[in-house]
Ligand binder design. Structure first.
Ligand code: ZN
Length: 330
């Protein structure tokens, strides 16, 4: 019994900490379990029970319920009256347009500028396999956007010499400033929410977040970092295993992303678009190449699954004759 009460107290404090991130959204008890790393294994039953008990209590027993039930999902009871402040003049343009990597020599592009709408405070998540273009993607964003935004690039892997070497291959873009760069380079490996809180109005690029354990907290952590933004934007790059569809941290990493893409070998998949404009790219797959030591994208084109081998790239134990790695150009 005492043990059960321990689970209850733990679940209670963790759920209360999690609730602010569901502001304005609905969620299920499965979502909560996922964010808290509770699975459906037999040993997780006491945690699941505790979580459901906490949810029941804060809905039906609390004098001032914290949650309400909508269908078979939950939502926060919103007591706070958010009175709109009209005292200041409206800032110019509420959208947050971003320039994306594109083919520098062949004018090919992913088209996200036209197809996805962003607002200040939004986040883009990139799940990339090792050495398949995460850093190329992040540095292209920094170079492309440093003339319209204050860009801060957080990296765990560069020192000055390595960074200058990497940037020496960029033969395009207006990003140099004397001996330095038009964007800020910050070395950081942990506590990114504190770092972004220091640059809440910047275009903040985190390349990348490494988590040794408690990977299930990754989604929650992205939410915490995103919450520190004011007028800025967040780019988070995460490691992805080749055999997984989403990045380390699992499905929970999708929750706070306004655009979620994954990068595998010469293949970009669009997993989530929160606010599409025209021609929603969610679910689309693009082929691309990276040239010149990770400085340049090229030959970007939409692709689809090969129907001859159903994306396996192999048929009758031989390389599929109709595709390249299971995909064909659209
Ligand atoms: Zn094929």
């Amino acid at each position: 019994m005492e043990k059960d009460e321990g689970f209850y107290a733990q679940a209670h404090s963790k759920i209360l900490a999690l609730l602010p991130f569901y502001k304005g959204k609905t969620f299920s008890s499965d979502d909560i379990c996922r964010q808290l790393g509770v699975q459906s294994r037999p040993e997780d039953v006491p945690y699941r029970t505790a979580i459901n008990k906490v949810l029941y209590n804060i809905i039906y027993i609390n004098k001032k319920p914290l949650l309400k039930v909508i269908g078979n999902r939950y939502a926060l009871v919103e007591r706070e009256l958010d009175t709109i402040d009209f005292s200041q003049p409206l800032p110019e343009g509420t959208e947050y347009p971003i320039l994306f990597p594109e083919g520098r020599d062949d004018i090919s592009s992913f088209g996200f500028e036209e197809s996805v709408k962003f607002f200040p405070g939004d986040a883009m998540v990139i799940g990339g396999e090792q050495n398949k273009g995460k850093t190329a993607w992040c540095l292209n964003l920094a170079v492309d956007n440093c003339n319209q935004y204050d860009v801060t690039y957080f990296s765990s892997e560069f020192n000055r010499v390595k960074f200058e070497d990497r940037m020496s291959h960029f033969d395009w873009g207006d990003f140099r400033n004397g001996t330095g760069f038009k964007f800020e380079i910050v070395r950081r490996t942990t506590d990114f929410e504190d770092a972004v809180a220091e640059r809440p109005d910047n275009f903040c690029i985190i390349d990348w977040i490494k988590m040794e354990d408690d990977l299930y907290k990754m989604g929650y952590l992205i939410g915490k970092i995103k919450n520190k933004l004011r007028g800025g934007f967040l780019v988070v790059s995460l490691q992805k295993r080749s055999y997984k569809e989403v990045a380390e941290g699992g499905e929970g990493t999708l929750d706070f992303a306004d655009l979620y893409i994954t990068l595998a070998r010469e293949k970009l998949s669009v997993l989530r678009v929160k606010t599409p404009k025209v021609n929603n790219p969610e679910g689309k797959i693009f082929g691309f190449q990276i040239l010149n030591h990770g400085s340049k994208f090229s030959n970007i084109r939409e692709m689809r699954l090969c129907k001859n081998c159903w994306g396996k790239g192999v048929k009758y134990q031989k390389e599929c004759e109709e595709c390249h790695n299971g995909y064909v150009d659209v």
